[in-house]
Ligand binder design. Structure first.
Ligand SMILES: [Fe+2]
Length: 237
């Protein structure tokens, strides 16, 4: 059965997270494969994350912020990413500046489709109702791993992002084993464990109620490897 906005809404209302297969997520977003190729290629142009408190050099990223209201999307001036230490004990309480997302990606039909499909679902599940304003952040991440340095997608462990809703999509896995997505509730009870394996495979999370993390990635054959992911968040504005 195809995933529709109403099945998304009921699944999230009931279970607070939803794992989407690659075919389901790609059908929901309904963009041609040529656009996905151009979109994914931009992950080859991410700058290093210089704020890793563990001294790690295994994460590359870009970042952008948007005001989202119903169908309308407006990019905000480039600003730092801030998480309080309550949500990120490792890298929190620091204003972290990352390279801006390239205009072609920020303006892409794929990103618009993500906001157009998911924002009405979150509107329905939010007491403010349709047309409410959201502050959204978009992150492009590449985690690299090699025999010299283990790549950790979420060095802070199982966590909340400190927003209302989170969408995570796997963009690519090159030579990667492990990197298992783990889901739990706020009391620490495990609720799910799966690997985002195919490009497009995704998870949608009610960040108020659900914690998430990804186990370290390991190279399959001892040569460098990487895992690319897109993370989009919505916070009531
Ligand atoms: Fe997160």
């Amino acid at each position: 059965m195809a995933i529709t906005p109403s099945t998304l809404t009921s699944a999230l209302a009931e279970r607070f997270f939803l794992h989407l297969s690659a075919p389901d997520a790609l059908a929901l977003l309904d963009r041609p494969s040529s656009e996905w190729t151009a979109f994914a290629t931009s992950w080859d142009r991410l700058g290093p994350d210089r704020y890793m408190a563990d001294g790690g050099r295994y994460r590359r990223r870009r970042h952008a912020t948007f005001e989202v209201r119903a169908g309308a999307l407006r990019r905000k001036p480039h600003q730092p990413h801030f998480q309080s230490r309550d949500y990120n004990p490792l890298n929190g309480d620091v204003q972290r500046w990352f390279d801006p997302i390239e205009p072609a990606i920020a303006d892409s039909a794929i990103l618009r489709a993500i906001f157009e499909r998911f924002t009405p679902v979150f509107d329905t599940l939010d007491e403010r109702g349709a047309g409410a304003a959201w502050h959204s952040e978009v992150h492009q991440f590449r985690i690299e791993t090699s025999p010299a340095e283990l790549g950790r997608p979420t060095p802070e462990g199982l966590h909340r992002d400190g927003v209302d809703w989170v969408f995570v999509m796997l963009i690519a896995r090159e030579n990667v084993a492990e990197g298992v997505t783990e889901i739990g509730d706020n009391e620490g009870n495990p609720l799910g464990r799966f690997t985002l394996g195919a490009p497009g495979e995704s998870v949608v999370l009610d960040d108020r109620r659900i914690r998430h993390g990804v186990t370290p990635i390991v190279a399959r054959d001892g040569t460098p490897a990487h895992r690319d992911a897109l993370v989009v968040t919505w916070r009531a504005d």
